[in-house]
Every structure is written in structure tokens, then in C-alpha cells.
Design a protein around this ligand. Structure first.
Ligand SMILES: NC(=O)c1ccc[n+]([C@@H]2O[C@H](COP(=O)([O-])OP(=O)(O)OC[C@H]3O[C@@H](n4cnc5c(N)ncnc54)[C@H](OP(=O)(O)O)[C@@H]3O)[C@@H](O)[C@H]2O)c1
Ligand SMILES: [Zn+2]
Ligand SMILES: [Zn+2]
Length: 344
């Protein structure tokens, strides 16, 4: 085993503590990555506050540099900048893996934290740590020109909105709404704008209207304003819902156009839907999560060529508990990224 330092929960109440951590010795197809920057995803907050799964080292969108390679590693070398998302392994042979959708692996993909390692059965520990050991296939080369700190959130927030935008054929002429202007939402706006779509943000926060425009949106609908919601009835071909809390889908479905789609990627618990809200207008309800290896590589290239990264607030990792508290209060524009160099 090799040792590193990271931020770990003891339980759901006491926040994260700086602790020594063990990483596995490199297998032939592993690389060791010095983690430089790790985004703080709302899923980390859900996990830290959950009653289960502790002790936990969160973090599943990070960038860093390869420091060591296993003997069978061919694509990456020492010193290469890499990016890792929320999947670090999959079976590789099922129908989903074969079509490049490792995120839907029939054996369930190995999550970057709180997952079960496919070889040794250990619980995976995430990127709130100075070093990670990861299978080469799941460490993406970070394209030149992407700033490693603000690119880190592309690996969870970015890919999670990229796959549905692409699967739903968002492009020039598409009328797209993004509900919830947070980490996922602001990247969805940037990506959909770059794909050529016309974007509206739907937010509880009227104070975000200027930001929405700066991100490239045409419009912001305040979700608590009935008149604004009524005025936008059946206006959108695609409504990407990134809201982090349980909520009624009916008011959002009313905004979807004939044969349009509501893609719910934010809150992943049970939802109830009245069939009539889908029937009227032949509307579709779908979801998505994370991304396969080919889509992740495609997304990184697209972001590099369009200059897309997250709008971040970079914090020393010692401020991780404050970052989580502020994220819970919706006090972030639009993603916290931890600088792990203070763990040296
Ligand atoms: N599908 C996946 O694989 C996947 C991947 C990553 C994250 N997630 C999930 O996606 C969700 C969003 O993550 P994130 O990191 O983008 O979170 P975030 O930065 O906190 O953004 C969530 C946004 O949702 C809106 N919101 C929050 N509470 C709300 C409420 N009670 N009612 C209405 N709107 C509310 C807020 O936007 P406004 O201020 O604009 O209203 C907030 O900025 C989380 O639940 C996370 O677990 C899913
Ligand atoms: Zn995430
Ligand atoms: Zn598989």
C-alpha cells in the first residue's frame, strides 16, 4: 500500500477531517495521479450528510498529473495532465460497455468514491485527497488549453449535462430550458449555447438573471412567478432539470413543447408524475447520469475548442467544510474547486 493525505468523514454530523489514507499499489494497468484540483459536487454534499456510507472520502471530478505508471500502461506517461470523473472502472464486456456507455454497465460501474473495487473488493476513496490510483482507461488526457482548476467540474457536472444534451440532439434551432442554475446548470447553459441552441434559465433566484445572460442565456424565468410560468407554456423542446431537491415536475412539464422532453438529472430519488401531464403534448420524461468514456473524451475536446470551463471559486482544501456549508445555502457562483496542494 502507499499512503497519502485526504479529507474523510467519520459520520454524517461532524464534517470532514484531514487524515492519512492508503492507496493500493499500482496494478499493471493503473496510473498514480497527484490530485491538484477537485470540484465540490452537490452529490458530495448529499453523501456527506447521508446517514450511510461513512467513513467517506468524497470527490469525483478532479484533475492532476500522472506521477507513476503501471507496466502495462500505454497511453499515459509521467507528467501527463489528466482528468478523472465519477467512474473508475466497469466490466468492459457487457452490452453497455461495448457501446461505450460504461456509466450504464450491467455490473454497475465502479464509482470513484463509495464504490467497490472490482479486483480487491475495497471501498473506493475519492478525489478529496492528494493522490489517487486509477485504471488508465478511466483517466482522461486533459486537452491542452483547458485550465486544470476550472476544468475539474467538467468531469462530473459537465459530462452529466453533456450526454443528455447530445442524446436529445440539441443544436441550432433547439429551444432549451435549464432549471436550477448551479454547478450542473451553468455548464449546461454554456454547452447548449456553444451547440447553437437558444437557452432560457429557470431559477428560484431572480438575482441570477445577470449571470444567466452573461452565460449566454436569452432569458430567465423565475420559477416562483406564476405569470412568468404561464407565459412560457409549451415553449421548450428540451428542459434539463438540474434542481438538487425533490420538487413537483408538473409545472416544468407544462413548459415542454409538443413531443418535447424533460430530462431530470438533478434530484435522483423517486418522483411522481401524473400521466396526463405527459399525455397532453406527447411529452417524454427521461434521465441521465455521468457519461461513457467516448462521450467524456468528446466533451473534453468540445470544451477545449469552445473555451468552456466552469465558473469557479478556488479554495484551499482546508476550507472543504465551509465550501460544503455554503453549497448547502446555494452560496456559490457556480462551483467550488478545492486546491489540494495544501495537503503536502
Ligand atoms: N445525474 C447525475 O449523474 C448527477 C451528477 C451530478 C450531480 N447530480 C445531482 O444534480 C443535482 C445538482 O447538482 P449541482 O452540483 O449542480 O448542485 P448545485 O450547484 O447546488 O445546484 C443546484 C441548483 O438547484 C436549484 N435548487 C436548489 N434547491 C432547490 C429547491 N429546493 N427548489 C428549487 N430549486 C432548487 C438552485 O438553483 P437556482 O438558485 O437557480 O434555483 C441550485 O443552484 C444534485 O442533486 C446532484 O446530486 C446528478
Ligand atoms: Zn458529481
Ligand atoms: Zn459493463
Amino acid at each position: 500500500m502507499r499512503t497519502t493525505t485526504g479529507w474523510q468523514t467519520a459520520d454524517s454530523a461532524s464534517g470532514l477531517n484531514r487524515v492519512p489514507l492508503e492507496r493500493r499499489d499500482l496494478r499493471p494497468d493503473d496510473v498514480a495521479v497527484r490530485v491538484d484540483y477537485c470540484g465540490v459536487c452537490h452529490t458530495d454534499l448529499h453523501a456527506v450528510r447521508s446517514g450511510e456510507g461513512h467513513p467517506l472520502v468524497p470527490g469525483h471530478e478532479f484533475t492532476g498529473v500522472v506521477t507513476e505508471t503501471g507496466r502495462a500502461v500505454t497511453k499515459l506517461g509521467i507528467g501527463d495532465p489528466v482528468a478523472v470523473g465519477n467512474i473508475v472502472d466497469s466490466c468492459g464486456v457487457c452490452a453497455m460497455c461495448r457501446v461505450g456507455q460504461q456509466n450504464f454497465c450491467h455490473e454497475f460501474p465502479t464509482l470513484t468514491y463509495g464504490g467497490v473495487d472490482r479486483v480487491d473488493g475495497s471501498t473506493t476513496l475519492g478525489g478529496y485527497a492528494r493522490e489517487c490510483v486509477v485504471r488508465e482507461r478511466f483517466a482522461h488526457a486533459l486537452p491542452a488549453g483547458l485550465d486544470p482548476a476550472s476544468a475539474a467540474p467538467l468531469l462530473c457536472a459537465g459530462i452529466t449535462v453533456w450526454e443528455p444534451l447530445r442524446a436529445l440532439d440539441v443544436g441550432p434551432g433547439s429551444r432549451v430550458a435549464v432549471a436550477g442554475l448551479g454547478g450542473l446548470g451553468h455548464l449546461a447553459v454554456k454547452m447548449a449555447v456553444a451547440l447553437g441552441a437558444a437557452i432560457t434559465v429557470i431559477s428560484r433566484s431572480p438575482a441570477k438573471v445577470d449571470d444567466a445572460r452573461k452565460l449566454g442565456a436569452h432569458d430567465l424565468i423565475v420559477s416562483t412567478d406564476e405569470a412568468q410560468l404561464n407565459g412560457a407554456r409549451e415553449r421548450f423542446d428540451v428542459l434539463l432539470d438540474t434542481i438538487s431537491a425533490p420538487h413537483d415536475l408538473a409545472p416544468y412539464l407544462r413548459l415542454v413543447a409538443l413531443d418535447g422532453t424533460l430530462s431530470q438529472v438533478g434530484y435522483l430519488g423517486p418522483v411522481s408524475v401524473a400521466t396526463i401531464d405527459l399525455l397532453i403534448g406527447r411529452k417524454r420524461l427521461t434521465s441521465a447520469g455521468s457519461g461513457g468514456l467516448p462521450a467524456t473524451a468528446e466533451m473534453l475536446e468540445f470544451c477545449a475548442s469552445h473555451g468552456i470551463t466552469a465558473d469557479i471559486e478556488l479554495l484551499p482544501s482546508a476550507q472543504v467544510n465551509e465550501a460544503l456549508q455554503r453549497l448547502a445555502r446555494n452560496d456559490v457562483r457556480y462551483r467550488f474547486v478545492l486546491d489540494l496542494s495544501d495537503l503536502d
